[in-house]
Write a protein that binds this ligand. Structure first.
Ligand SMILES: Cc1cc2nc3c(=O)[nH]c(=O)nc-3n(C[C@H](O)[C@H](O)[C@H](O)COP(=O)(O)OP(=O)(O)OC[C@H]3O[C@@H](n4cnc5c(N)ncnc54)[C@H](O)[C@@H]3O)c2cc1C
Length: 332
């Protein structure tokens, strides 16, 4: 058995049968026959994964590296190996004069995981820059490819989270970054930046994130635990009659997105602690491990909050984080 505590940012001392790292596509292909016949999980930096129990399988850690670049009249094209660090890529693009992804600075994790939940922050989602995603299909053993449309990107969602979850091992992501740059500063507090430039946006995003979010290197966490729920407009209007201050962002004519942090805060869970697990004191949607937390405590806290939100607001929360138990991913 090997400890996974340093392989996921929540830091639970869960273990698995064996941890292997893969540094090349050939190495990954070499492992396929073995992976087909046992339970395994392919991970990047474990910043969206929480091992709440000992995992009865193999954990394959992605260390595929490399960036290739070319350009045409309208786009910079990048082929980026899936094990590259996301923030390093954003920093690289800024230094090379390829602008637009600054709003996504400092999001932890690998490039290969970014399309899986279509990472997003401050008014931008990564799908705006993705041309296609390359993967190895576990069942066929062949290399495959999805263009942007086939990835079925949506809010914190993509085809990779749906059917055949875990069967497509993403090896690289192809980005097409428009040369025609327009800053996205509609989200507060980026809207306060005077004469926004890519560098100013990058610096401000880093400053806000460092101020607002707990650093996983200091206190274990996996970012937002739940997605912001989307509810019918009619339901939102009903809630407004009981909770005048309920925030909501229009998704389309019939749907409203409600901040899950507000719902959790309204229940009084901001800063709440259960054993060594808690809801962060300034960002209650982020669950934290104060050091000696257990997976069981996390499950109790998450399920309690989920249930209370159903009871009070008739809203069902969905996890954003991948929760992994003895037999793989768990749906709370
Ligand atoms: C402090 C903090 C802040 C965060 N802020 C944000 C934010 O602002 N916006 C946002 O969208 N997310 C945010 N996140 C979540 C997280 O950073 C992203 O989901 C990130 O993309 C996860 O990358 P990873 O390499 O750590 O993924 P992992 O946790 O290693 O993996 C996540 C899932 O993807 C699968 N997977 C990983 N790599 C591959 C691959 N190459 N092929 C196939 N499957 C794979 C894994 O099996 C797992 O199911 C935050 C997390 C933390 C800790």
């Amino acid at each position: 058995m090997q400890s996974l505590s340093t392989f996921h940012t929540f830091g639970f001392n869960a273990s698995c049968n064996k941890i292997i790292t893969v540094s090349s596509q050939d190495e990954l292909v070499g492992w396929l026959p073995k992976l087909k016949h046992q339970q395994f999980l392919f991970i990047g930096e474990g910043s969206n994964t929480v091992f709440v129990e000992n995992f009865d399988g193999l954990v394959v850690v992605n260390k595929l590296k490399g960036i290739n670049k070319f350009e045409d009249e309208t786009f910079y094209h990048l082929n980026v190996a899936s094990g590259e660090n996301w923030h390093d890529l954003v920093t690289y693009c800024l230094a090379q004069g390829m602008y637009g992804m600054e709003n996504l600075a400092l999001i932890p994790g690998t490039v290969g995981a970014a399309p899986i939940q279509n990472i997003g922050a401050y008014g931008i989602e990564v799908n705006a820059f993705i041309h296609s995603v390359e993967f190895i299909d576990l069942d066929s053993g062949f290399a495959g490819y999805f263009n942007n449309k086939e990835c079925e990107f949506a809010y914190r969602d993509s085809v990779f989270k749906k059917a055949r979850i875990g069967k497509r091992l993403i090896t690289s992501v192809n980005f097409a970054i428009p040369k025609d740059y327009a800053p996205v500063v509609s989200y507060s507090p980026l809207d306060k930046i005077e004469s926004p430039t890519p560098q100013k946006i990058f610096d401000e995003v880093i400053r806000i994130r460092q101020q607002k979010l707990p650093d996983p290197n200091t206190i274990g966490n996996a970012g937002s635990f739940f997605k912001n729920p989307k509810i019918p407009l009619s339901h939102f209007i009903n809630l407004q009659s009981d909770y005048e201050d309920i925030p909501g962002y229009s998704v389309d004519e019939k749907t409203v997105k409600v901040p899950a942090a507000w719902l959790i805060d309204k229940l009084g869970f901001k800063g709440y602690r259960y054993g060594d697990i808690g809801c962060h004191e300034s960002q209650p949607l982020v669950f934290v491990n104060y050091g000696k937390g257990h997976g069981e405590e996390l499950l109790v806290l998450a399920k309690t909050i989920k249930l209370k939100i159903i009871e009070k607001f008739s809203i069902a929360l969905e996890n954003e984080v991948q929760v992994v138990g003895q037999y793989g991913r768990i749906n709370l």
